[in-house]
Design a protein around this ligand. Structure first.
Ligand code: F3S
Length: 402
């Protein structure tokens, strides 16, 4: 790979050992993909996970004196003050989160702790070259905003934020942004929950860039978020097109760049029913122990909807809504936090479903509207019945789900 004099200097340690290591990692990645050179970035998002390997890498970088040139937004871990105060995490878990916070702070990251930055705090422009990790974030920024990011890992996105460059390959190039698979959606797309199920069709859709038809001419921001999150729970996708909706797909021909689709896949209501009943959800018609929403993080419109359903009522089981600090503070100003709390629920900021703060529900069964929310915490012994948001809210009010 050809590097500029400045990047050669960086690789040779002129800007410190941390920057040199970050660039070495990126040169390795670039060489794997035959990237001819590095391109500057103007934005980044790091999918911090507050897990062992994540902390190891972040602390290694701080020990080597690295600092981010492009301060990235970051994913949630858990809200240390909230869960510590309530005795919901052990001293060791709290210490781990504290170290994560300190490491990313020392790196100069924007401590947004939010997995949907593309909806408010970190929105790129069309054609902007960026480095985004996080399952729903990469497809959203490419597909909805028309920015250019490869499917970065938390570590490669952090390296990019440190060096300020990314290797030129993949989705940074026009020719790789065209569709491969035609996906005809014949299922009834009733609401944003349907997009969770559509996204979970990753195994049926297969590898490549899907081009969806049959979704009308408006898809909500929350539906895009759900689609990307689940595509990357059931498979690995950095971009999709929705004909007549996403930026680079005004027509079917434009979406495929004039090529023929490699294959056509049809998605029906039967596919949704099958995946829900046999793959992702625990069986319904049972008592539940809790309700958990916001994987990926809940939007203010969804909190308004939830508060509207809960107003003047009381939940029978604990109900948690995960969102960004920004959205929570907005919900507080709008009086929605009071409504949710009066009903017996709560809104928590900076928190992810795949964190130790939820271990009090080990061996218990919750309801959620998100297959991703069920997928990762299962490793921690939490089980979920998955239903659309309104059915979940009814279940929280009754203590049982249909
Ligand atoms: Fe966000 Fe964590 Fe879910 S990062 S998408 S809440 S697994």
């Amino acid at each position: 790979m050809e590097l500029t004099q400045d990047l050669n200097d960086m690789l040779n340690g002129k800007y410190g050992e941390g920057a040199a290591l970050a660039l070495k990692v990126q040169v390795g990645i670039g060489e794997c993909f035959d990237a001819p050179r590095m391109l500057p970035i103007t934005n980044a998002h790091v999918a911090l996970s507050n897990q062992e390997a994540d902390l190891w890498f972040a602390e290694k970088m701080t020990a080597l004196g690295a600092r981010t040139k492009i301060p990235p937004s970051v994913n949630p871990g858990f809200c240390l003050s909230y869960f510590k105060e309530r005795g919901m995490v052990t001293a060791e878990e709290a210490e781990h989160m504290r170290r994560t916070h300190e490491a990313y702070k020392a790196l100069g990251c924007r401590l947004t702790y939010n997995c949907t930055p593309y909806m408010d705090t970190n929105i790129p422009f069309p054609n902007e070259i960026i480095a985004f990790s996080e399952s729903s974030a990469t497809p959203y920024v490419n597909s909805v905003w028309g920015a250019r990011s490869n499917r970065e890992s938390a570590q490669s996105a952090l390296c990019a934020a440190i060096t300020g460059v990314v290797p030129e390959y993949g989705l940074l190039l026009d020719e790789n942004r065209k569709g491969d698979i035609l996906v005809e959606v014949q299922a009834n797309m009733k609401n944003d929950f349907s997009y969770h199920l559509l996204g979970y069709m990753g195994k049926k859709i297969g590898q490549g860039i899907p081009v969806f038809v049959g979704l009308g001419n408006y898809v909500s921001p929350e539906a895009h978020r759900n689609l990307g999150a689940e595509l990357n729970t059931s498979g690995a996708y950095a971009m999709y097109h929705i004909v007549g909706v996403t930026l680079e797909a005004p027509t079917l021909e434009a979406a495929f760049g004039g090529k023929k689709p490699k294959r056509t896949v049809v998605i029906t209501d039967d596919d949704f029913a099958q995946v829900l009943e046999t793959e992702i959800s625990d069986p319904g018609n049972r008592k539940i122990d809790f309700a958990l929403f916001g994987c990926p993080h809940t939007s203010i419109r969804e909190i308004q909807h939830i508060a509207g359903k809960l107003e003047g009522k009381k939940v029978k089981v604990p109900l948690w809504i995960m969102t960004s600090a920004l959205t929570k503070s907005n919900a507080e100003k709008m009086g929605l936090l009071d409504v949710v709390r009066a009903a017996g629920g709560d809104i928590v900021e900076d928190t992810c479903s795949d964190q130790p703060c939820w271990h009090l529900y080990k061996g218990k069964v919750g309801v959620t509207e998100s297959p991703k929310c069920a997928y990762y915490p299962r490793k921690r012994g939490l089980d979920f019945v998955i239903r659309d948001l309104d059915v979940c809210l009814d279940a929280a009010l009754k203590g049982a789900v249909e």
